[in-house]
Design a protein around this ligand. Structure first.
Ligand code: ADP
Ligand code: MG
Length: 368
């Protein structure tokens, strides 16, 4: 535009000069009237060229302004994009900040809730064990088995009735005798119902209490049925062990447990280790009941095997069963002289406090 303006001005100057020379020459040959006209025309001509050059200048400037406008528009656009990017960044930062503080708050709340839960669990455990003590440290349940095929063939008839959950009524030839128990299970009771009554005691073992459950009665009365169970319908033994492993799972993260198991048979006053009957020399172990230094009784030399799952337990029970059956000819004769003692040792560590507890559970199928 500047170049154009310069050219226009130069051109204008040249034209002006040429015109002036021409008019001056012409003026000399003209009369007054013509001179005046010529002067007027010269003036008009002069202002026309001036106008033309001004237009050229303005056009040049306009071109400039247009270019500047485009440039500014471009700048505005990139500035807008920049601002938008900046805004987005700020927004993102603000959101991140908010999420961060929200997470912090959630973490705090989670910790509070887990604190509360731990307290509740401790309190629930305390109350549970208190209830067990209040219900009696020694409880006697009575289970009546159904009449067997043999009993029925022999023409036997039931002489017991069950007026309530805690009473057994015996018809002794028209003379009624009432017996009270903590709980009476009639012949229709299931293995599960019987276990339900003992289940809370099993939970106490996991809190460091010692529990002993034994079946007592004459041969054929249903002790082994109740404790071991038959086939798939497990008795108190397997159900109790299942319960222990469930407690371990439920309390994971709060308590760490170590569970061990032993299996003994007392046959004709001889103690036999059913899991490892022989010592390192291949001789049958000679075991004895002794008073433990820390109180209570113990059987030195008895094998105590860690168990981590029900499968481990079932394997050991099968081993025990096979070790028991050696030389066994008459089932009835054998079981009427044989006590079976399944013992569980549960040690726990409270993850929070480091407190330790040791509970024992003895499950005993007595001789007849
Ligand atoms: P014990 O161990 O006291 O000598 P068992 O548990 O071996 O007696 O039971 C003797 C028989 O009676 C077994 O054949 C067993 O299956 C059966 N029996 C015992 N209790 C029940 C019960 N509650 N329901 C059904 N059958 C039972
Ligand atoms: Mg038996």
């Amino acid at each position: 535009a500047e170049l154009q303006l310069g050219e226009a001005t130069a051109l204008h100057e040249v034209e002006k000069k040429e015109l002036q020379e021409y008019y001056e020459k012409a003026l000399g040959k003209m009369d007054c009237k013509d001179q005046e006209d010529a002067m007027k025309r010269m003036k008009v001509e002069e202002s026309r060229t001036m106008l033309e050059s001004s237009i050229r200048v303005v056009a040049g400037e306009l071109f400039d302004v247009r270019q500047q406008h485009d440039k500014l528009k471009e700048e505005a656009r990139s500035l807008q994009a920049l601002l938008l990017g900046e805004e987005m960044k700020q927004l993102e930062q603000a959101i991140c900040g908010q999420i961060g503080s929200l997470c912090g708050r959630m973490e705090e709340e989670k910790e509070e809730a887990s604190e509360r839960l731990k307290k509740e669990i401790t309190e629930r455990r305390r109350l549970h064990n208190l209830v067990q003590e209040l219900r009696g440290n020694i409880r006697v349940f009575c289970r009546i088995r159904p009449l067997s095929q043999r009993n029925l063939q022999d023409g036997a008839q039931s002489v017991v009735s069950f007026p309530s959950e805690t009473e057994l009524l015996l018809d002794n030839g028209g003379k009624y005798q009432s017996f009270q128990f903590d709980r009476v299970f009639d012949p229709s009771s299931t293995q599960e119902q019987v276990f339900t009554e003992t289940q809370p005691l099993v939970v106490s073992v996991m809190d460091g209490f010692n529990v002993c459950i034994f079946a007592y009665g004459q041969t054929g009365s249903g002790k082994t049925f109740t404790m071991q169970g038959y086939n798939q319908d497990g008795g108190v033994n397997t159900r109790a062990l299942q319960e222990l492993f469930q407690v371990v799972e439920q309390r994971a993260g709060m308590y760490e447990y170590e569970i061990k198991m032993s299996l003994l048979e007392i046959y004709n006053e001889n103690i036999r280790d059913l899991i490892q009957p022989k010592d390192d020399n291949g001789e049958e172990k000679k075991l004895d009941v002794k008073i433990a230094p820390e109180g209570g009784t113990c059987v030195p030399g008895m094998s105590i095997t860690p168990v981590n799952s029900m499968d481990d337990v079932l394997d050991l029970l099968a081993t025990g069963e096979s070790n028991r059956s050696v030389g066994r000819t008459n089932m009835n004769e054998h079981s009427s002289r044989s006590h079976m003692i399944l013992s569980i040792f549960a040690s726990s560590v409270n993850v929070m406090t480091g407190g330790r507890a040791h509970g024992k559970l003895h499950l005993i199928d007595l001789a007849g």
